[in-house]
Design a protein around this ligand. Structure first.
Ligand SMILES: Nc1ncnc2c1ncn2[C@@H]1O[C@H](COP(=O)(O)OP(=O)(O)OP(=O)(O)O)[C@@H](O)[C@H]1O
Ligand SMILES: [Mg+2]
Length: 156
């Protein structure tokens, strides 16, 4: 059951980067964030900025569109960035080893609807809606344990 719901209005890619950095600074292994929303909504932008903020040295953070998963060694431990758009069956989730990663890494997962029953119940869901060229509404839903990780306000 969803217990927490918070909404952010992002007016620019930099706003979304700031939210990603603030959330990223409080994550540790076992944190799973599901990134929902249509093509071009900003899921990869959010994930890339979060990853960049935790990398010890700058490196390329490509979209995992074709590789399905990219992994990183960060200051907060291992990070898995997945894009499941091209997944055809939840069996492939098992093959990728994503279920183990739920426990051992920080996981950022685009197109999580492909997970079916394999979505972890303690994950945070961020839903992006594209309401204008540079404007995005980002809705956070998840268990109460995320309360201390999520900023109360994007601009506070
Ligand atoms: N407020 C905003 N927040 C996030 N991205 C924004 C914002 N305004 C504009 N953008 C731009 O929107 C684009 C979002 O692209 P991105 O690749 O992150 O989308 P996506 O949701 O991952 O799409 P896909 O489903 O194809 O993976 C980027 O070019 C980004 O700069
Ligand atoms: Mg993407």
């Amino acid at each position: 059951m969803t217990e927490l719901r918070r909404r952010y209005q992002s007016h620019s890619p930099d706003d979304t980067r700031d939210l990603a950095r603030r959330i990223g600074a409080r994550l540790s292994a076992g944190a799973v964030i599901l990134l929902e929303g249509p093509v071009g909504a900003g899921k990869t932008h959010f994930a890339r900025q979060l990853i960049l903020s935790l990398l010890p040295e700058p490196e390329d953070v490509p979209s995992p569109t074709f590789t399905l998963v990219q992994t990183y060694e960060s200051d907060a431990g291992e990070i898995w960035h997945a894009d499941l758009y091209r997944l055809t069956s939840p069996d492939e989730v098992v093959e990728l080893g994503l279920e183990e990663a739920y426990e051992t890494a920080i996981c950022l997962i685009e197109w999580p609807d492909r997970l079916g029953d394999l979505a972890p119940s303690d994950a945070l869901t961020l839903s992006f809606t594209h309401d204008d060229v540079d404007s995005r509404e980002i809705t956070a839903r998840g268990p109460r344990s995320w309360d201390t990780i999520l900023p109360g306000d994007l601009h506070a």
